[in-house]
Design a binder for this molecule. Structure first.
Ligand code: ATP
Ligand code: MG
Length: 585
């Protein structure tokens, strides 16, 4: 059936929506694909829904191809399974919670490990039933702290989630690799430029985990790569600790007045002037900066946390958030300083920190702060610093925290060369969960020798609605959307220009023939000016537009390629065959 612009439920907009931060958001709204209902919550209009369904089709085909079976779970779920794995608490404010009329706690599922585990436990009991992979394409709910960029980070979004069940680690490895290959095919077909990076397993627990990131300047994730093939989300980069140094040798620690040195730079200049080292000048990397935060734990408890790191680096808040998850990071406020009078703002030093100190504030240090390293740091008095303070001799942190910014040129942790940084959008995530959920929920089966063993699981997600935005983000230009063939809502736009009834008849005829040949056609039959129609065709972004207009008198139609911008006159008699060939590739 031909879809007619005169009937299609769409209104294109000439102006950007006020809240649009990124091109995909701007164009999807302006082209009438999605409409905002509330922050992070969007409705799908006919055009948008067709793209979403195309993504779903690709994902289904590739999941089916690895033998995964499709199921569908409710979004509205009871509390108990999430209680058993502690995620009712751990998810904290990120989960939408509600009560039924009897007062029972319910939630809107943010992800479904628990439900799949219980379903398999209900129905399966033997190693003979395994391996098993199940998936669903389903709506998820997360009360994201920062919903953003339209459907890129929604509070309601569509995810493909799958779960594998195996009797042993070798089986899990096979299921994981199958998913990995399916994901490669999915992201190839979506036409995304992507990278596979080592990921932080975060709140999911478990061990091996990788992310598929679409390379995009507007992405929220930062990843690193080395010439030798190391690739990781910056959250997953682990800085190797240097060998400890002998603690002797350095002069005894001494507190000095350091007036007018509010910044690391002014401090370094001052100490080089007044307290020069024998061996080399002091640098910012010799200063130990102590930064305080507050962790809000899922149970609501607030805990101050001090982080010590070399003064030439900042704390990377995303790395910190990932390291302390499920706790959330909040600023250390003036009220917190008042409550901790031992901490002197701007001059916090190790002597005032640590669980055994008077302040009792937990003190974690960067991996570079190993025993024997010698530091210039705050003396816990306004205008004073302590020099030659040696880790392991003069202070002992409570532990290590690896959350300093990773910089361009830093060595890759595996020695494979200097790192480069780039940004991306997380499109997919594959985890070897292991036995965490099966243990918590008692998923066991009988093995070959009749013993009960705990099943080992993998969990795998694709952001289906996010993919619509990510593809739009990577393909849109200054005129609007420009879909790759597999995702476009329609194969072609047939556009009739002018007022001549013969033109409209010819357009109608060509559209009908294309439709009968099995192509999906959007016919712009509106009584609008050619300018409006051309602008809309470019905004809506079908890969090919056929213009039936003045050329008809000379027996030609114009075929325009949206992405290259190239156009060509084609004899009417050849148009059908040519267009079929173009679309079928
Ligand atoms: P992020 O780090 O972006 O918050 P996540 O690590 O929480 O994502 P997973 O739990 O791994 O995400 O979910 C699997 C996939 O679902 C992600 O790779 C992403 O593509 C998609 N996804 C996650 N959160 C959202 C969201 N708020 N809106 C749209 N898609 C999302
Ligand atoms: Mg993830």
């Amino acid at each position: 059936m031909i879809t007619r612009m005169s009937h299609l439920f769409v209104r294109t907009l000439r102006d950007d929506p006020a809240d649009a931060e990124v091109p995909s958001h701007r164009w999807l709204v302006r082209a009438g694909y999605i409409r905002r209902v509330a922050p992070g919550i969007y409705s799908w209009l006919p055009l948008g829904l067709r793209v979403l369904h195309n993504v779903e089709r690709i994902v289904r085909e590739e999941m089916d191809a690895i033998g995964a079976q499709e199921v569908h779970f409710p979004a509205l779920l009871p509390r108990e399974p999430y209680e058993a794995t502690n995620r009712w608490t751990e998810y904290g404010p990120n989960v939408f919670r509600l009560k039924d009329r009897k007062g029972a706690d319910m939630l809107l599922g943010p992800t479904h490990e628990e439900m799949f585990t219980l379903m398999v436990k209900d129905l399966y009991s033997s190693y003979k039933d395994l391996p098993l992979s199940l998936y669903q394409i389903q709506t998820k709910y997360r009360d994201e702290a920062r919903p953003r960029a339209g459907i890129l980070r929604g509070r309601e979004f569509v995810m493909k989630d799958s779960y594998s069940f195996d009797i042993d680690d070798a089986g899990l490895e096979v299921s994981y690799q199958l998913h990995r290959r399916a994901y490669i095919r999915i992201f190839e077909r979506l036409g995304l430029e992507y990278v596979i990076v080592k990921a932080d397993a975060g709140a999911m627990g478990g061990s091996a985990s990788e992310e598929f990131l679409a390379v995009a300047e507007n992405g929220e994730d930062t990843f690193v790569r080395s010439p030798g093939g190391y690739a990781a989300n910056v959250e997953a980069v682990t800085v190797p600790a240097p060998e400890p140094l002998p603690v002797g040798g350095a002069p005894a620690a001494h507190v000095e007045d350091t007036p007018d040195s509010p910044t690391i730079e002014t401090l370094v200049a001052l100490i080089n002037d007044r307290f020069p080292r024998d061996d080399r000048p002091w640098t910012a990397a010799d200063t130990l900066k102590n930064v305080v935060f507050v962790l809000r734990h899922p149970d609501g408890r607030r805990e101050p946390l001090a982080i010590g790191l070399p003064g030439d680096r900042e704390v990377d808040v995303k790395r910190l958030e990932s390291a302390v998850s499920p706790a959330e990071v909040e600023p250390f406020t003036d009220a917190d300083f008042q409550a901790n009078p031992g901490l002197v703002k701007g001059y916090i030093g190790p002597a005032a920190l640590g669980t055994t100190s008077a302040s009792g504030v937990r003190y974690l240090c960067d991996p570079r702060v190993v025993a024997g390293t010698r530091w210039v740091t705050g003396a816990n008095e306004p205008g004073r610093h302590v020099l030659d303070l040696v880790c392991g001799r003069d202070f002992d942190p409570d532990g290590v925290i690896d959350v300093a910014e990773v910089r361009e040129g830093d060595p890759a942790p595996d020695g494979s060369g200097p790192l480069t940084l780039a940004r991306g959008i997380e499109m997919g995530h594959i985890f070897q969960l292991g036995r965490k959920y099966a243990d918590a929920l008692g998923l066991q089966v009988l093995d070959q020798s009749g013993r009960l063993v705990t099943v080992t699981m993998g969990s795998y997600g694709v952001g289906v609605s996010r993919a619509v935005a990510a593809v739009a983000e990577s393909t849109a230009d200054e005129k609007g959307l420009a879909w790759p063939r597999e995702l476009a809502p329609f194969d072609l736009t047939v556009l009739a220009t002018g007022k001549d009834p013969a033109v409209f008849e010819a357009a109608e005829k060509l559209a009908t023939e294309l439709d009968e040949a099995g192509l999906s056609v959007l016919l712009d039959d509106r009584k609008a000016s050619p300018g409006v129609k051309f602008t809309d065709a470019e905004l809506l972004g079908m890969p090919t537009t056929v213009v039936v207009g003045r050329g008809l008198a000379d027996g030609v139609v114009e075929v325009r390629d949206r992405r290259s911008g190239l156009s060509e006159n084609v004899p009417v008699a050849d148009a059908l065959a040519r267009l079929i060939a173009t679309v079928r590739g």
